[in-house]
Ligand binder design. Structure first.
Ligand code: GTP
Ligand code: MG
Length: 659
């Protein structure tokens, strides 16, 4: 590709902030136009909307992320100095909540068109807890001076609560963040799954080097860690993360609960909450310089993504018509094959689920038998009346012991199933796409076809469900105890003779056990099913997203030439499955089409493969204008412009920040 002069941007020429913002706006609009021409109008919309938020509203988006129940909402409340968000011991946050500085305290439901409806505190809490479906987004405004005017905090559901966190991914929230506060539990750091999530989340932000993105770690519940152990804990975190992160990471040892209760406390955990607040305020004061950098980094990633698309499309356009039709057929077959793979993965998931439920059932049956034997044996003792006092406690201990271990088994089994399914799904999709792209002579990095959000989601799903299952158990043990032990206790009070008492207890215990164990089993099955349903949905989504890009691009290229009769496209092959993208051939031009792939927010930077030798002109039809050649010329111009934009944006990165 010929080197183009760097038209209007001179590196190292510090330009006023307004100029820079105007330049970035222009480039965002231009990229959106190019995205439209490449058939990616929704990507175009996202590029313009994100640039607008960053440059015009000057809002720096801080995502507060972490596994369930690490204290994310409590920490935000402590940072703001008021309990605005619901928090609690059971999974609480069920929806994304945006908190911004405003003139007065307000809770709103914001419709997709931007219209705000004020909510009563109870109604807001209900929606924030995810208790009710709604369309739009939740917004809290606070006059608190603790929140910088240029900052918006985003409270999120726990990353290991599949169903709830999905909404965050599907809304493309991660790549749109500018800073992350990752909340960890100081009493159980740092799980492998958390490190994996961190890596994916950083990828979505575009990394932290030179992109203006910030990563902060809140080591929460520090109050529960003995003072003497805290320094080695922090060292441990730094060591573990040095492999994942390019530079040192900022760690805050917070006690969110303590800071919320006693904001003026002098303990380390409260001081650290204040320090984190100061850090965020300092960040808010840098929005003028950080946000253009964020915009630039995000535009660079969009350029790479668009170049990648253009390269595949150009490749397809250069192929002889017949060859293209043949390749399309091969791609279709590969994609159909991919759906067969999908069926296979789905049946693997179903089998995994059945096995987990079955083994859980067996453990319950065994434990129930053991418990029954032991209770009945206790009833045979001579000192039955004093035994009666101890029995409920003993039953509770046994139940807790069992449920703790069963929860752990269940967690590991579900984690394994999730990892296997995602791994297989990802591998198969990548392999098939690599094959089809190699057939087309394209040797670019296949990873580009994977929308980044899918990559992030894969990592997220692999995050354990620790805690969730245990919580399900915790609640039910109390219920079980009432079902099993309470009738016994009543009998001890009412029955007259020991003999009568024994008789009655022998009859009651098996019945009570049956009832409470079937409840426990149903609860467990529900937990497993909820997880598996999320997993299945993810796998189908990932499959449909992957490959749809390539398919759509080739269809568009093919539509520019009359298809050979024997190889004409058969869109019905691929659109049969519900939820699949619109894969029908597109009209014969390069302008935006409805039904094209949803916008991917960003992609890792990489160069597309070099051009192949140009095909010789078709001597058979020298006089007929070839629409594909015209489209190719247009595409070449787009590619050249994208290359120019890439250089311009890189030059902006090396330009000193405006004051
Ligand atoms: N000891 C101690 N407890 C805390 C701390 N922070 C939060 N908690 C408690 O942990 C529980 C969970 O807090 P939440 O703020 O609801 O946690 P979350 O991460 O928002 O939970 P989800 O939204 O359900 O994922 C609550 O009972 C808090 O009181 C802390 O620093 N120390
Ligand atoms: Mg929460």
């Amino acid at each position: 590709m010929p080197k183009m002069p760097n038209a209007d941007l001179t590196p190292r020429d510090p330009r006023p902030a307004a100029d820079l913002a105007a330049t970035l706006h222009d480039r965002a609009q231009e990229l959106a136009d190019i995205a439209g021409k490449l058939g990616l109008p929704r990507l175009g919309d996202t590029i313009v909307a994100d640039a607008g938020r960053r440059l015009d509203s000057a809002q720096l988006r801080v995502l507060v992320l972490g596994e369930i129940k690490q204290g994310k909402s409590t920490l935000i409340n402590a940072l703001l100095g008021e309990a605005l968000l619901p928090s609690g011991v059971t999974p609480t946050t069920g929806a994304v909540v945006q908190i911004v500085r405003g003139d007065a305290l307000g809770r709103f439901l914001v419709a997709p068109d931007g219209a705000r409806t004020s909510l009563e505190p109870e109604q807001f809490a209900k929606l924030a807890r995810g208790k009710e479906e709604f369309v739009g987004a939740l917004l809290v405004t606070t006059p608190s001076e603790h929140l910088g005017p240029g900052i918006e905090l985003i409270d999120t559901p726990g990353i290991n609560d599949l169903h709830r966190f999905r909404s965050l991914i599907s809304r493309g929230e991660l790549p749109r963040g500018d800073a992350i506060v990752l909340v960890l539990d100081a009493t159980q750091v740092l799980k492998l799954t958390e490190v994996a999530f961190l890596r994916d989340a950083l990828l979505a932000l575009g990394g932290t080097e030179g992109t203006g993105a910030t990563l902060l770690l809140a080591l929460n519940r520090i109050d529960l860690v003995p003072e003497s152990e805290r320094p080695s804990l922090v060292d441990h975190i730094h060591r573990e993360l040095s492999a994942v992160l390019p530079g040192p990471v900022e760690v805050f040892q917070t006690d969110a609960r303590g800071a919320g209760k006693q904001p003026d406390g002098t303990g380390l955990g409260t001081r650290e909450v204040k320090r984190l607040r100061e850090r965020l305020l300092a960040l808010a004061s840098t929005t003028k310089t950080v946000l253009p950098t964020r915009t630039r980094a995000s535009l660079q990633r969009s350029v790479d993504l668009l170049l990648h698309h253009a390269a595949i499309e150009a490749r397809a356009l250069r192929l002889e018509s017949a060859a293209l039709q043949a390749e399309l057929k091969a791609v279709r077959e590969a994609l159909v094959q991919q759906r067969l793979d999908l069926d296979h993965i789905e049946s693997t998931i179903a089998a995994g689920r059945a096995q987990i439920v079955q083994s859980c059932h067996q453990h319950l049956v065994d434990f129930r038998a053991e418990l029954q034997t032991s209770i009945l044996a206790q009833l045979e003792r001579n000192d039955l009346r004093s035994t009666a006092d101890l029995l409920p406690g003993a039953i509770q201990d046994a139940l807790l012991h069992f449920t703790y271990h069963e929860a752990e088994r269940l967690r590991l089994a579900l984690e394994q199933l999730t990892r296997d399914a995602i791994h297989t799904c990802g591998e198969q999709a990548q392999r098939r796409l690599a094959e089809t792209m190699l057939n087309l002579g394209f040797r670019g990095p296949v990873v580009h076809l994977q929308p980044p959000s899918v990559g992030v989601e894969a990592g997220t799903l692999a995050v354990g469900i620790a805690g969730t299952a245990i919580m399900y158990f915790g609640n039910i043990v109390a219920g079980m105890l009432v079902t099993i032990a309470a009738p016994l206790a009543t009998m001890f009070l009412r029955e007259r003779s020991i003999r009568e008492l024994r008789e009655a207890a022998r009859k009651t215990v098996p019945h009570a056990l049956t009832q409470s164990f079937s409840e426990l089993e149903a609860t467990l099955a529900r937990a497993v099913d909820a997880h598996v349903a999320g997993l299945r949905e993810y796998v189908v989504l990932a499959h449909n997203q992957l490959g749809a890009h390539l398919q759509a691009l080739l269809e568009r290229a093919a539509a520019l030439a009359p298809p050979a009769a024997d190889l004409s496209p058969k869109p019905s092959d691929l659109s049969a499955k519900p939820g699949s993208n619109d894969l029908s051939p597109k009209p014969a031009d390069l302008s935006a089409k409805p039904g094209s792939k949803p916008a991917a927010k960003s992609a890792p930077a990489a160069k597309p493969a070099p051009d192949p030798p140009k095909p010789a002109p078709d001597p058979a039809k020298p006089d007929v204008p070839d629409p594909r050649r015209a489209a190719l010329t247009e595409l070449r111009a787009l590619e050249r412009r994208l290359e120019e934009l890439r250089r311009e944006l890189a030059a902006l990165a090396s330009t000193p920040e405006p004051a």
